[in-house]
Design a protein. Structure first.
Lengths: 354, 471, 290
């Protein structure tokens, strides 16, 4: 269905954004805080940091998959236990100005939380969320979306998309939710001309050329998996420090832990972010740990992102945002490591030990 | 019957005190003196407020800051810690070690915005029933005055805090030729150690994939030393890799900046690495970058390599050194001290808001722990789950607990390399917390410096240690 | 808005009363659990052999155990089932569970996972090999097979433990042999036999080889510590078993049980969703990451 595309001035965009806030939705947008650009619910349109390029410090996934939440609460009364399910927020949520890589990341989270047994808390939040992406006019140094099959103007996961122009923004409406979000606001907007729409391809080309990383080959999924025992894994991740920055800033990482946060009378089943990079992730109570070294854990992360695809999955789980590269305290570069491992495995054979 | 403390309207400007609010105060008391003293207060029918719940310990020496923290984290409005008088400890010296610990922990909580009217320490002996009653009355009145514990949450609106600029230009500018000379000399030094078999592995820096950033590398052959680089992107403290490097090499060389040496010393002092198996290649440093700017820690540093290193690398060449560390240490200056001083001028609840905002951003990625060479516990306190000391929930309360515990575990040991703050993806000012505690330790007890034979402050004690805040 | 208005909560455990227990060893206990809430009991769909549950100790957390008693399905009688599980007190949750008594309340979520495909084994002979507490994961399938003995060839049950004191299900084993064609072999590791032991002495893989069972038309169902399985698989290969004749159940650390938390992945294989029951042939396709 051909939906209208609009041309907006910066002022018009801010007015629209203000309208969304005034309508009572929880509007999440990039804001500045202590030298960082972060996603946060905004109380007004003005502080939102909406630029033609540049990513936030970490992904917006916490607005669908919070850092911590209660899966149920309970209280003990003598020998009986009362369990209460969590409340589900009724407000609508708008993720405004997330990047295309972030939107792709949300689609990866959908594949986990909405398949098989659906996660109802995630599903409720997702249903109440409308996504307005902002395409990129320039790549950050660490970006490599195009190397993993993504694009700075990709519409995957977007309900509407703002495309930066020299003189304002173009707004592409992509879904019914996007239409609903635009609502009456478009009354004062100009329709985008075909020439404007054609500029999107030009923008994509400019940004793609800025991304210097070599593409990750599709067949490397298989190569990496076959080379599970290859010695290059140890060598390449030698300097991993074993934190979980990569997993936590990543748009598509979704692993979590579950613990009872409790006192003697009541408590909750608390779900919180966890990462396969931590030593205890696969640690058995018996003491056995299938991934007892950092290098084995890093290998797992790489393979989970680039191989080990589920049935019907035809894309990498990595969306190429590059935040893990920019923020890794030890300077590991997952793209470089994938390339080097695949090359080593192909050259030396899958099981080669150096 | 009890004299229940009356409410007082808090002066903090926080939310109004709910009707009928009574402070909840937890007292950590030692069994032999203070618990007996409290018992005596009871048997002699002394009247005093009933707001205190006691937890009995064998000794103040067993009272970990973790337990004081836990009381606040579980909702106590105030905490009282009480034990035997110094010199009278049932276990001889438990309270003497505890005294230092309490002094520093108190200054940490104060720095983080906990109003000190909530936290009290006392020496109450078994014969001092009257003193116990008086202390409890005093503490209850004090906590009543300040009101309920503030919530562990970030304020909805936050305008940031104006901090004084960090002054200092750091090491002088090094020319491109100078940097190249240093790089060549680092390679020479490494190659020399490898070819003479003085070491079998060198931990240094190589080029990373992001422009200007170097990353750690371990080389084992002279030929591979051509990978070694040197420049303002050499941010990592390679002491963090010393222990693993030594697992597969009899002797290891570390390329070090002077700011890395405190951690190396700490590892030696604490028995984690053997000085005889480590060669230090100290290199003249141009100062490292944090983002695009010179890192704050560099602004008060000359960049000169330190003579305790085995080899010293300058623009002019490589020379043997390996001097003995100086006894004691002169207090170092740090460009951030003005920011710490500024925070200390603010009222506690503004500091609380500042730090709650910071901890609210914490993701619990534990990069601070991972990057710190002195966080080497094979099982971290955050990983202990019987009981779960640090809440697993990634919220202000749990994050605050984690950051407080890590800070106090490093007090007296932290070398100020700032790797934690550099690694933190949330820009939390961990450097200010650690520097504040280093200043406090220095002020009270002196710091152990670069001598691995000197004890760090919090595992030591003197009879004459200060205790002006102890009731 | 209440969650229940839009969807059931997959993490909400059923409340179970500890109706009884039997101590198998000094640290292994079998619990008998009954539904407390009649509505929860009536909605319960039962389980297949090999499936597992997440058992909750309120305040300590959850732990995964195989459902240890015979498979059960709603049979129209309205009688709710008793759920049994056998566990070793070794960690936070299991130690807390061990300290609980009859009448107290715990939680149960499940059943999760795939199951032993007994129907596929009709006409074949079966040998169950359990090392230590590995027997717990096999018990449901063993009891089902014994019940349906006429559908199978001979059944051999090999129960191995480090010492006599560590052997589980000691008291019930005689009843398993009461059915014709079912043979129980017990073994302890050398040094573990003690006085009066009338079973075998030897490591499980060795004792298995000594049984000299004919691999033809036989299924091996094994569960035990990783090192035991490793050597057992070597024995099986040596004595002529094909990888698709050998079935085991993976015991990875699990949390959510529904394939979301990411903890139990072995390569692309999610133990809680795609397993825990796997054949040796399937294991060979997976990375050695378990």
């Amino acid at each position: 269905m051909n939906r209208t595309a609009w041309k907006l001035t910066e002022t018009q965009m801010r007015e629209w954004l203000q309208g969304l806030v005034d309508a009572g939705s929880s509007v999440v947008a990039p804001v500045e805080e202590d030298g960082l650009t972060l996603f946060s619910p905004i109380a007004a349109a003005q502080p939102a940091h909406l630029e033609a390029s540049g990513k936030t410090q970490w992904s917006p996934k916490e607005f669908l998959f919070p850092r911590s939440e209660a899966l149920y609460r309970y209280s003990l009364k003598g020998d009986t236990v009362e369990i209460r399910d969590p409340e589900v927020a009724e407000t609508q949520q708008v993720l405004f100005g997330i990047r295309c890589c972030d939107a792709a990341g949300l689609m990866r989270l959908d594949e986990i939380f909405l398949s098989g047994t659906k996660d109802p808390l995630y599903a409720a939040r997702r249903a109440a969320t409308t996504v307005v992406t902002a395409a990129c006019a320039a790549a950050d140094a660490e970006c490599f979306c195009t190397a993993v099959g993504g694009s700075p103007v990709a519409t995957e996961g977007s309900d509407a998309q703002l495309v930066p122009l020299a003189d304002g923004w173009m707004l592409r409406v992509l879904t019914d939710k996007g239409e609903a979000l635009v609502g009456e606001a478009s009354g004062s907007w100009t329709e985008a001309a075909p020439d404007d729409i054609a500029r999107i391809d030009g923008l994509e080309k400019i940004v793609t050329e800025q991304i210097t990383r070599n593409p990750i080959q599709r067949e490397w999924s298989r190569v990496l998996e076959e080379g599970f025992e290859n010695a290059s894994w140890d060598q390449l991740a030698q300097h991993c420090l074993g934190c979980s920055i990569c997993a936590y800033v990543c748009p598509s990482c979704s692993c979590f832990d579950m613990n009872h946060e409790a006192d003697a009378w009541c408590g909750e089943q608390c779900r919180s972010w966890d990462a396969c990079t931590f030593g205890l992730f696969t640690h058995h109570a018996s003491g056995h740990n299938p991934r007892s070294t950092r290098q084995q854990r890093y290998r797992q992360r790489v393979l989970h992102k680039f191989s080990f695809a589920g049935e019907g999955e035809d894309h990498f789980r990595c969306v190429g945002c590059g935040r893990c590269i920019a923020l890794c305290p030890a300077g590991l570069d997952i793209g470089e490591i994938v390339t080097a491992a695949a090359t080593a495995i192909q050259e030396e054979g899958a099981d080669a030990a150096r | 019957m009890s004299n229940v403390a009356t409410n007082a309207v808090p002066r903090t400007g926080a939310a109004a005190v709910p009707d009928g609010w009574q402070p909840h105060i937890v007292a950590l008391v030692c069994n032999w003196c203070s618990y007996a003293g409290a018992d005596m207060a009871g048997t002699t029918r002394l009247q005093y407020p009933a707001n205190v719940r006691m937890v009995r310990f064998p000794c103040t020496g067993r009272m970990s800051p973790l337990m004081i923290l836990r009381a606040f984290e579980q909702g106590a409005d105030g905490v009282l810690v009480s034990g035997c008088h110094p010199g009278d400890c049932h276990y001889v010296q438990g309270n003497l070690v505890a005294r230092r610990r309490f002094t520093i922990f108190r200054s940490l909580l104060d720095f983080l915005g906990v109003d000190l009217r909530r936290l009290h320490f006392a020496w109450v002996s078994a014969a001092e029933g009257h003193k116990w009653a008086k202390v409890v009355s005093q503490v209850t009145a004090s906590v009543s005055e300040v009101g309920p514990l503030p919530r562990f949450s970030s304020a909805d609106a936050w305008d940031g805090l104006d901090m004084p600029a960090v002054e200092g230009t750091g090491p002088g500018e090094l020319s491109v030729a100078d940097l190249e000379a240093l790089q060549t000399n680092v390679r020479r030094a490494a190659a020399e150690l490898l070819t003479t078999d003085r070491v079998q592995k060198v931990v240094g820096y190589r080029a990373g994939s992001m422009s200007g950033r170097m990353v750690p590398v371990m080389v084992t052959t002279a030929a591979d030393t051509s990978q070694l680089e040197w420049g303002d992107g050499c941010v990592n403290n390679l002491a963090a890799f010393a222990t693993t490097a030594l697992e597969t090499a009899a002797n290891v060389a570390l390329v070090v900046k002077t700011c890395d040496l405190g951690a190396v010393t700490g590892l030696i002092r604490e028995g984690q690495i053997d000085r005889d198996r480590v060669r230090l290649i100290g290199v003249q440093c141009p100062g490292v970058l944090h983002g695009d700017e010179l890192a704050d820690k560099c602004r008060s540093c000359s960049g000169a390599p330190h003579p305790i290193c085995d080899l010293v690398v300058t623009v002019d060449g490589v020379r043997e050194s390996c001097a003995e560390p100086d006894e004691g240490s002169a207090a170092t200056e740090d460009a951030r001290d003005a920011q710490i001083a500024h925070l200390e001028t603010l009222p506690p609840d503004e500091r609380w808001q500042f730090w709650q905002r910071q901890f609210g951003r914490c993701l619990r990625c534990y990069a601070c722990r991972a990057a710190c060479p002195l966080c080497y516990c094979s099982s971290c306190i955050s990983e202990k789950h019987r009981p779960q000391w640090i809440p697993t929930a990634i919220d202000n309360r749990g994050n605050g607990a984690w950051n407080v515990i890590r800070a106090i575990h490093l007090a007296g040991r932290c070398s100020g390399c700032d790797e934690c703050a550099r690694a933190c993806p949330a820009n939390i000012r961990l450097d200010l917390i650690n520097r504040k505690l280093a200043l406090e330790v220095e002020r009270q007890y002196g710091s152990a410096g670069l001598d691995p034979n000197q004890k760090t402050a919090l595992i030591d004690f003197r009879m004459e240690d200060a205790e002006e805040f102890i009731l | 808005m209440q969650l229940a208005e839009i969807s059931p909560n997959p993490y909400h455990p059923n409340l179970m009363r500890i109706a009884g227990f039997a101590d198998e060893t000094r640290d292994v206990r079998t619990l008998k659990l009954q539904f407390i809430d009649a509505a929860e009991a009536s909605e319960f769909g039962g389980w297949q052999p090999g499936q597992f549950g997440q058992f909750t100790v309120f305040g300590a957390g959850e732990s995964v155990f195989a459902i240890a008693n015979k498979p059960w399905h709603p049979n129209g009688s309205g009688e709710p089932p008793t759920i049994e599980c056998t566990f070793r007190a070794i960690g936070k949750v299991t130690t807390a569970l061990r300290a609980m008594s009859e009448g107290q309340t715990i939680g149960f979520r499940g059943p999760y996972g795939n199951h032993f495909p007994l129907d596929d084994w009709k006409g074949k002979s079966l040998v169950f090999i359990g090392g230590g507490i590995g027997m717990a994961a096999l018990r449901s399938a063993m009891l089902a097979a014994i019940d349906r003995k006429t559908e199978f060839g001979d059944i051999v049950i090999l129960n191995g433990a480090r010492t006599v004191a560590d052997m589980v299900y000691k008291d019930e084993m005689p009843s398993w042999q009461e059915v014709e064609g079912v043979r129980v072999v017990r073994t302890v590791d050398p040094g573990g036999e003690g006085e009066g032991w009338d079973g075998e002495v030897g490591l499980l893989p060795n004792v298995f080889e000594q049984l000299a069972l004919d691999p033809a038309n036989r299924i091996v169902i094994a569960c035990g510590p990783p090192v035991m399985l490793h050597y057992l698989f070597l024995s099986l290969g040596k004595t002529g078993y094909q990888p698709d004749q050998v079935v085991t159940t993976l015991e990875n650390k699990m949390k959510c049980g529904i394939g979301h938390c990411g903890r139990c992945y072995v390569g692309p294989f999610s133990v809680c969703k795609d397993g825990p029951v796997v054949t040796w042939a399937e294991l060979n396709e997976l990375p050695k990451d378990y």
